[in-house]
Design a protein around this ligand. Structure first.
Ligand SMILES: Cc1cc2nc3c(=O)[nH]c(=O)nc-3n(C[C@H](O)[C@H](O)[C@H](O)COP(=O)(O)OP(=O)(O)OC[C@H]3O[C@@H](n4cnc5c(N)ncnc54)[C@H](O)[C@@H]3O)c2cc1C
Length: 403
C-alpha cells in the first residue's frame, strides 16, 4: 500500500503523464547526462581498474592511486551537493556507478557503494548544517567513510547491538566492538551506532560521527575473505572513545530510524553491484564462447551453450529492471522498500548463478585464476549476506505481501 505524500506525488506524476500523453520512458533508457556519466565510469573501470583487479584481489588491498582517482572523478561524492564540493547528482547515478564498476571489479563497486549510498546519504539527510559543513567537503574530496552497525553478537538482529555510549559533560564515551566494517582500513570517518539508553531498547540507539583519530578508537583485525578481497572489512575497537556531543547525528535515540531507512536505500545499490557483476561474467562468457573451438567449431555454435547464454542474459536483464525500478522509485519520492528488497534478493541470486555458469562455459580454465570469472564467482557470494541476508529480504517482502 502506498499512502500519504508518496501517493500524492504518484497521482501528480500520473496526471502529468496523462496530460502530456507522452509514454513514460522505458526503465533502461538513460537520460543524456546519465549516459555520459555511465560512459565515463565504464572507461575508468576498463582502463584504470581492470588491469589491477586480479593483483588487488590477491594482495587483498585496494590501490591508493585508484582510490584517489575515484575521488578526482567525483565518484565518491555523487549525491553531495555542489556547494559542498560534490557532483550534485542523484541516487540513480550512484546506482549506475556501482553497477558499472562491478562489471569490472565488485570490490571497487562496494567502496563507492558504501561511500555514496550509505555514508554520504546519511549525512546529507540527517546531518545538521555544522556537520554537513565539516564533513561533506572532505567526503567529496579525500576522506573515505564507513557505516558501523554490525557486531559479533548482532548481525541480522542488528539492533541488539552491545556498544554503549555514556555522556560525561560535553562528550559521549563509547565502549564496544564493531565487526565486518567495510572500508574501515581506509576510512577517516565512521558512522557508528551505539546505545545511549539501553533501558529504552532500540530507542536508545544513536548514530555518532567518529573520526579515526578520536581518542579510544582503533581499527582492529582485517578479515581474510573469500571474495571482494580488495575491499577492506575490519573490526573496530572502542575503548571509552571520546566523541563530542555535536557529533551526534540526528538526535539521541534516532539511530534505529537512521540505520533502517539508510539500509533500505543502500540495498538497491547492492542489487546494482550484483547486476553489474553478473553482466561482467556474462560478457566474459560470450567473448570466450565465440573464440573457444571444440569439435571443429566455436562452442558458441552449440545450442547447449547458446541456451545457457540466453538464460544468463535474460536473468541479468530482469535483475537490472528490478534495480533500476527501485532506484527510480526512490528518486521520485515514491515507496520503494519492497522493490528494493526484491531487487537485492533477486540480483544476488542472479549474480551467483550467472558467475557459476560463466565458470562452466570457460571449462577448466574458468576454474583457474588465469581468467576473471573465477574471481567474479567468489565475489558474488557476498550479495546474499551483507546489507541484510536473503532471508531478511524475504521477510521484508513477505511482510508487505501478507499485509
Ligand atoms: C564482507 C562483509 C562486509 C560487511 N560490511 C558491513 C558494514 O560495512 N557495516 C556493517 O554494519 N555490517 C557489515 N557487514 C555485516 C553484515 O551486514 C552481516 O554479516 C549480515 O547482516 C548478517 O549478519 P550475521 O553475519 O551476524 O549473520 P546472522 O544474523 O547470524 O545470520 C546467520 C544466518 O541465519 C539467518 N537468519 C538470521 N535471522 C533470521 C531470521 N529471523 N529468519 C530467517 N533466517 C534468519 C540468516 O539469513 C543467515 O543465513 C558485512 C559483512 C561482510 C561479510
Amino acid at each position: 500500500m502506498r499512502a500519504g505524500p508518496a501517493m500524492d506525488r504518484l497521482e501528480t506524476m500520473q496526471n502529468t503523464a496523462e496530460k502530456s500523453s507522452a509514454p513514460a520512458p522505458p526503465l533502461t533508457v538513460l537520460g543524456e547526462e546519465e549516459r555520459m556519466f555511465q560512459d565515463t565510469v565504464r572507461r575508468f573501470a576498463r582502463e584504470r581498474i581492470a588491469p589491477y583487479a586480479r593483483e588487488m584481489d590477491t594482495a587483498a588491498v585496494f590501490r591508493k592511486d585508484l582510490l584517489r582517482e575515484m575521488f578526482e572523478l567525483g565518484l565518491m561524492g555523487i549525491e553531495i551537493p555542489e556547494e559542498y564540493g560534490g557532483q550534485g547528482g542523484n541516487f540513480f547515478q550512484a546506482v549506475l556507478a556501482v553497477e558499472t564498476l562491478a562489471a569490472v571489479d565488485p570490490s571497487a563497486a562496494v567502496i563507492v557503494d558504501v561511500q555514496n549510498t550509505i555514508a554520504n546519504n546519511v549525512i546529507i539527510r540527517w546531518g545538521n548544517d555544522d556537520q554537513k559543513g565539516r564533513y561533506l567537503p572532505k567526503l567529496a574530496s579525500d576522506v573515505v567513510a564507513s557505516f558501523a552497525l554490525s557486531e559479533a553478537g548482532s548481525g541480522s538482529d542488528a539492533f541488539a547491538l552491545a556498544t554503549r555510549a555514556i555522556r560525561r559533560g560535553e562528550d559521549y564515551y563509547l565502549t564496544g566492538r564493531k565487526l565486518w566494517i567495510t572500508n574501515a582500513a581506509e576510512a577517516g570517518l565512521f558512522l557508528l551506532f551505539a546505545n545511549a539508553n539501553p533501558e529504552a531498547g532500540h530507542r536508545g540507539i544513536t548514530c555518532f560521527l567518529v573520526e579515526r583519530e578520536f581518542p579510544g578508537f582503533q581499527v582492529g583485525r582485517k578479515e581474510d575473505k573469500l571474495g571482494i578481497r580488495a575491499s577492506s572489512t575490519c573490526e573496530l575497537i572502542l575503548d571509552d572513545c571520546r566523541v563530542p556531543v555535536n557529533n551526534v547525528l540526528g538526535e539521541i535515540g534516532k539511530g534505529y530510524k537512521i540505520a533502517i531507512e539508510t539500509l533500505n536505500e543502500g540495498r538497491i545499490a547492492i542489487g546494482a553491484q550484483m547486476t553489474g557483476l553478473a553482466q561482467g561474467a556474462l560478457d566474459h562468457a560470450i567473448a570466450y564462447a565465440k573464440q573457444r573451438q571444440q569439435f571443429g567449431k566455436t562452442i558458441a555454435e552449440f545450442q547447449g551453450v547458446q541456451f545457457e547464454l540466453a538464460q544468463m542474459a535474460t536473468e541479468v536483464e530482469a535483475a537490472r529492471l528490478l534495480v533500476y525500478n527501485a532506484a527510480r522509485l526512490r528518486d521520485s519520492g515514491l515507496a520503494f522498500v519492497t522493490e528494493a528488497a526484491m531487487a537485492k534478493y533477486f540480483a544476488s541470486q542472479v549474480a551467483e548463478d550467472t558467475a557459476s555458469r560463466a565458470v562452466e562455459i570457460f571449462g577448466g580454465v574458468g576454474f583457474t585464476k588465469d581468467y576473471p570469472v573465477e574471481k567474479l564467482y567468489r565475489d558474488a557470494k557476498i550479495g546474499r549476506i551483507y546489507e541484510g541476508t536473503s532471508n531478511m529480504q524475504k521477510l521484508t517482502i513477505a511482510k508487505q505481501i501478507l499485509g
